[in-house]
Write a protein that binds this ligand. Structure first.
Ligand code: BG6
Length: 484
């Protein structure tokens, strides 16, 4: 049941995420009249700000990250909602002052926690000690939530001491993206896909999340994590689960997450015997991205490293529906372009009547493009206009659903707008349940153990390329080409 809260508390309120995403998202919700009336937003961090200084800080962040989208009177109203409490979250004593600053929370409190992992334990303890973990308080947790199954369990256990699962909202910002939610609309709002959405109709699935950025000043975090844990463990496995899941009975957090977790638990383990053939890892060297010369990973890092900045995996879901259908996943930094998409390659027609007349058929492909553009495109065969004296010419043409054009009058929202509003209102559907996270980690840990056992090191690739050539080999040996 949705139950909007009266107060929002942001930990890490001066951090990068707050500046780039959270404050702009909250402003957007405020400007559209979507935040509960009277909702106050309390930021906390170690900075010695008072309310006025934090409002100034937020204003600057909005100027930088929402340059054209601001309305001065909405901005003034938004800033009035903000207040700030300076504290060191590692010290339990400080939470008493925070509770005082928040005042009466009988109208409900939503907490958004985006802090360094080592602050998790003291923060949860502090919240509990200060009476900020009661039945009307819910908590949103931003990653990283551990770096393997064991540490993720520890964090989940710790959080569970103060917040039961139904009040714990684990964030995967990919689930806030409009096109990701559109996977559900496409699959379960249209009758034509489901009958062929299985091993009989689909040859393989590709999921690519390629980025052009490098370390972006996050060396401390990224070098300990790498591409598999930064992107595959969470975002890409969630995409895979949405593509592969059985139709849920209803649109709610239980039904949808029950189906996703079944997929995640059905991922075929990839271990020491399989990693060499089923996974490829790479690390970028110098090169040029979008015409700009960039340094290699270890130069940026200023030390040697075996962390992978690229990973490609051939995954399988062991179920009746997906038997024999590979899911090729790949993601990396400093690649040739920023492109996130899911491409579903259907099987060829069982018999071509065009072959004798020279007509060549391509199997259909459905492309779900998440970014930078948002579209769904079905590639279908069509006859080229003409009298066909020299044979029938067939060509693949796109049936295009450009979401940007079809919904041109609707503002494209930041993923966090959706997630923050759902947190404030208490709708868990687009948040990740504990069993999902743990199933994700279990599969990822197996791959990492396999890399370790085989002493696998990342292969170099030039910045601005599509990753190491071995990643091409991963699909080509199955007769599949990456969609680029
Ligand atoms: C984050 C990763 O979770 O997702 C980053 O930590 C990555 O490394 C980012 O750049 C990608 O998100 P998006 O929304 O830009 O595709």
């Amino acid at each position: 049941m949705r139950q909007p809260v009266g107060k929002l508390l942001l930990f890490g309120a001066t951090g990068d995420l707050a500046q780039r995403m959270l404050l702009p998202s909250l402003y957007g919700l405020h400007a559209d009249g979507l935040l509960p009336e009277g909702l106050t937003i309390t930021g906390t961090a170690r900075h010695a700000y008072d309310d006025a200084a934090y409002r100034e800080f937020a204003k600057t962040a909005l100027e930088e990250h929402l340059p054209s989208d601001r309305d001065e009177s909405a901005l003034a109203g938004f800033l009035e909602r903000l207040q700030f409490h300076s504290m060191d979250a590692s010290q339990v004593e400080g939470f008493k002052g925070l509770a005082e600053k928040l005042g009466d929370i009988s109208g409900g409190l939503a907490i958004f926690l985006s802090t360094a992992p080592w602050l998790f334990a003291p923060t949860i303890k502090g919240l509990e000690a200060a009476g900020l973990a009661g039945a009307n308080v819910r908590i949103g947790l931003e990653k990283p939530l551990g770096n393997d199954l064991k540490s993720s369990r520890e964090i989940n256990d710790l959080v569970a001491l103060a917040f039961p699962e139904e009040r714990t909202f684990r964030i995967d910002h990919y689930l806030g993206k409009e096109t990701v939610q559109n996977i559900l609309a496409l699959r379960f709002g249209n009758a034509m896909f489901e009958p062929i959405w299985n091993a009989r109709g689909i040859d393989h699935v590709q999921i690519t999340v390629s980025e052009t950025v490098g370390l972006e000043g996050r060396a401390g975090y990224y070098d300990d994590v790498g591409a598999l844990r930064d992107m595959v463990q969470n975002h890409m496995l969630q995409l895979l689960a949405l593509i592969a899941m059985e139709p849920p009975a209803r649109f709610d957090g239980t039904a949808i997450r029950d189906e996703k977790v079944k997929v995640l638990r059905s991922l075929r383990p990839i271990g020491p015997a399989e990693v060499q053939s089923e996974t490829v890892i790479g690390q970028y060297r110098d090169g040029a991205v979008n015409g700009e010369i960039v340094r290699g990973y270890t130069d940026e890092l200023e030390k040697p490293s075996n962390t992978e900045t690229f990973v490609a995996v051939k995954a399988h879901v062991d179920s009746w529906r997906w038997q024999g259908v590979p899911f090729y996943l790949r993601t990396g930094k400093r690649l040739a372009g920023r492109q996130s998409e899911i491409s579903i390659q259907f099987k060829p027609v069982p018999h071509s009547i065009f072959a004798e007349r020279g007509g060549q058929l391509q199997p259909n492909t459905l492309v779900i493009r998440l970014q930078p553009e948002e579209y769904i495109r079905l590639l279908v065969m069509a006859k080229e206009p003409g009298l066909d004296r020299e044979g029938i010419r067939l060509r693949e043409v796109p049936l295009d659903l450009s979401l940007t054009t079809a919904f041109a009058n609707t503002r494209r929202r930041i993923a966090y707008e959706r997630l923050l509003l759902d947190l404030i209102e208490g709708d868990p559907t687009l948040f990740v349940r504990r069993d999902e996270v743990e199933a994700q980690w279990e599969w990822i840990d197996g791959i990492r153990a396999g890399w370790k056992a085989n002493d696998m090191k990342p292969k170099p690739y030039a910045s601005g390329s599509w990753g190491p050539s071995a990643s091409v080999g991963l699909t080509e040996r199955d007769g599949v080409t990456w969609n680029e």
